[in-house]
Design a binder for this molecule. Structure first.
Ligand code: FES
Length: 87
């Protein structure tokens, strides 16, 4: 089965470790240790908003800063606007 990475709505990338092998490396090729999973959990989350203090892992800050994933922001941008609305 291929490794599954889910893009959470307005949140992190969720990597389901139960679906395949996963190695996270830094820009120099060094392995970044994965956080310990809570009992019964198989998912780690990678920050997508850029605001986590635990990068590259999500620390939940995205919800405090009102992060919107690109797909949501693009939908809002593409939505019909009343005439005269500045972009
Ligand atoms: S996506 Fe969660 S802190 Fe950035």
């Amino acid at each position: 089965m291929p490794l599954t990475i889910k893009v959470r709505k307005d949140g992190p990338y969720a990597v389901d470790l139960a679906t395949g092998e996963f190695t996270l490396i830094d820009h120099d090729g060094n392995v970044i240790p994965l956080p310990e999973l809570k009992p019964g959990k198989t998912t780690i989350t990678l920050c997508r908003c850029g605001a986590s203090t635990r990068k590259p892992f999500c620390d939940g800050t995205h919800s405090k800063i009102g992060f919107k994933g690109a797909e949501e922001a693009q939908r809002e941008f593409d939505a019909p606007q009343p005439p005269g609305t500045p972009r």
